[in-house]
Write a protein that binds this ligand. Sequence first.
Ligand SMILES: Cc1ncc(COP(=O)(O)O)c(C=O)c1O
Length: 372
Amino acid sequence: MASHDITIPDELKPADGRFGSGPSKVPDTAMAALSASGHDIMGTSHRKPAVKGQVKRLQEGLAEFFSLPDGYEVVLGVGGTTAFWDVVSYGLVREQAQAAAFGEFGNKFVKAVSAPHLRAPSVREGEPGNAAYLEAEAGVDVYGTTHNETSTGVAVPVQRVPDGDALTIHDATSAVAGLPVDMNETDCYYFAPQKGLASDGGLWIAVMSPAALERTAEIKASSRYIPAFLDLQTAVDNSRKNQTYNTPAVATLILAAEQIDRLNATGGLEQAVKRCATSAETIYSWAEASRVAQPYVTDPDLRSSVVTTVDFDGVDAADIAQVLRNNGIVDTEPYRKLGRNQLRIATYPAVDPADVSRLTGAVDYVVERLAA
Ligand SMILES: Cc1ncc(COP(=O)(O)O)c(C=O)c1O
């Protein structure tokens, strides 16, 4: 049957068809709260209590959500995670970073810490679909890895590399709020809010340890040239005043604070992790039982429970994604550069596990019709 002729019956459709790995589903309740904030916050100064109150709300919400150890601070700035990679290169790496790169985003981090003011990074590479791991090495002062590689759906545990005063940092852009983390095991857990925080893009948020804060001050006091926009000490100073250096994405702040408040009210990180694991298990077990699909990540221990990837055999996954899209189920396409015959389905905390179940039924329906 031609793909444009396939209509998925309403009873098989998820109530919400947004399964993108980022930007991802923003709950209707959060949009309603944003709208209900009326004239009080949007369109008002970010140096005044209304907007600063939202920054504070998000900082305090995250501190509770992560049970922050003493001395850790929630720092934020403008520009998303991509900007924060450059912030790391100017503000956290003294001389050399080691990077675990096992996908697109890990590789982008490598580029950022290859800046000319640093020694070339030491890179530990893993094949896509697999992982790579950090390991103590002489001369390295920052160890960086992705917590969840969004391009492949591989997740690794958050673990500190024991190596003197070297820092261990984690790109948690897609992991945040859905994968387990003990903040004692990281010096900088950084992310953007358009995925697990069910918000929009434009900001970076970094949960920083006392050692990372000290390193920031040390580098700031050195003779290094630091572009103003990428100055981590400036971001720390502003964050302590519940501000950002330059104008923030205010709606993004409000939506992120909404999500964190909601998660804190419903069992916090532990429950969010369980909910994502339930959704992901639905996908992986369905794929394992399917005649045409299988999980892309072969090692079950590496399979992400926030970004799931499923390979198809004998049916064009792009056709499936197109039919889903025609029927209002969007963004199940794989990461474009991975080049697999694949669907990628996000199972962030905002995604309803019941919708994930319905999605598997909808995909089965589409696969049968495409073969007919
Ligand atoms: C793991 C990871 N790191 C970094 C980024 C880049 O984030 P941003 O678009 O906020 O710069 C993404 C976005 O998809 C990501 O998934």
